[in-house]
Design a protein around this ligand. Structure first.
Ligand SMILES: [Zn+2]
Ligand SMILES: [Zn+2]
Length: 290
């Protein structure tokens, strides 16, 4: 068992529970404006975030924040046995819960589940199959959604990539009375607050954590890969409003570089936490050990 990565932020800790990591992906698969040559031209992305040919890696992970007695799980990945249009997420059997338990967590010990947005890879482990029924996993937790995301989930229910997401991963949470709608700038307590980062989806949020004067930012999907620090104009294939996503990305990268916050990339592979540094007109990502 590989030890999970953990980072300290003041007296808080952030733990990564990895569901899956896909490596050697041609960048244009996720970034239509990207090429492997362009990725490889940014030498700092190799080898942690791309291979020598410029093919990229992406991770799905849940990030668990422990602070002042709270245990908050951010973005519970894809989940097992889900019916999804993306072949690499459909009907999977990942040992995610085994890793979650081995890291010392319990499902009943999670008090809050935050969703930066409601794409399939951010709501999955909220439910699991029991006798062909989808039932809540984190039964003691309030499950937080912004109004924009709940509207988006209902509005896209017929979209091929969202068709089962609502019924399998969201509706059982609502039916169990575990869902709360929160503002895009909600204070969650224990030094955690949300910030609106729209574009990838309409009600997308990121999460700030502050403890003892130190700060961290959990990105969600306002960017997907460290190379977007150097190529902030590259849209991701799932961006609902690519121009708005570019604006959110540039704004947050500017703030991250100015504040020196511990920047935790929700889909960054291998070494997902580090600092954003100004690099000419753009930025670079400098990972830190976890
Ligand atoms: Zn997404
Ligand atoms: Zn995602």
């Amino acid at each position: 068992m590989i030890e999970p990565q953990r980072w300290n932020v003041g007296t808080a800790t952030i733990t990564s529970i990895v569901e899956d990591e896909m490596l050697h992906i041609p960048p244009e698969f996720f970034f239509p404006e990207g090429t492997a040559t362009a990725v490889a031209s940014h030498d700092w992305v190799i080898p942690d975030f791309a291979d020598a040919d410029g093919n990229v890696g992406l991770r799905t992970q849940a990030l668990i924040v422990e602070h002042e007695g709270r245990t908050v799980l951010v973005d519970p990945c894809v989940g097992n046995h889900k019916h999804l249009a993306q072949f690499f997420w459909d009907q999977q059997e990942w040992p995610f819960m085994e890793r979650f338990l081995a890291a010392g967590f319990t499902t009943a010990g999670i008090d809050t589940v935050l969703h930066t947005h409601v794409h399939a890879d951010h709501v999955g482990w909220d439910t699991h199959l029991v006798d062909d029924a989808w039932v809540p996993t984190f039964t003691s937790a309030r499950h937080l959604y912004t109004a924009g995301e709940m509207d988006f989930a209902r509005a896209t229910i017929d979209h091929p990539q969202m068709v089962h997401v609502f019924h399998e991963s969201i509706e059982p949470i609502i039916d169990a009375g575990l869902a709360d709608i929160v503002a895009v700038d909600a204070e969650l307590g224990a030094g955690m607050r949300l910030e609106s980062t729209p574009g990838h989806t309409p009600g997308h949020v990121s999460m700030w954590l502050e403890s003892n004067g130190e700060r961290a930012l959990i990105t969600g999907d306002f960017l997907h890969h460290p190379v977007q620090c150097a190529e902030p104009k590259w849209a991701e294939i799932g961006d609902a409003d690519a121009d708005m996503a570019r604006k959110s990305r540039r704004r947050m990268l500017t703030i991250a570089a100015e504040t020196g916050v511990l920047f935790v990339g929700t889909h960054f592979p291998n070494r997902p936490a580090g600092r954003v540094r100004v690099d000419g007109d753009v930025w670079r990502f400098v990972p830190e050990p976890g």
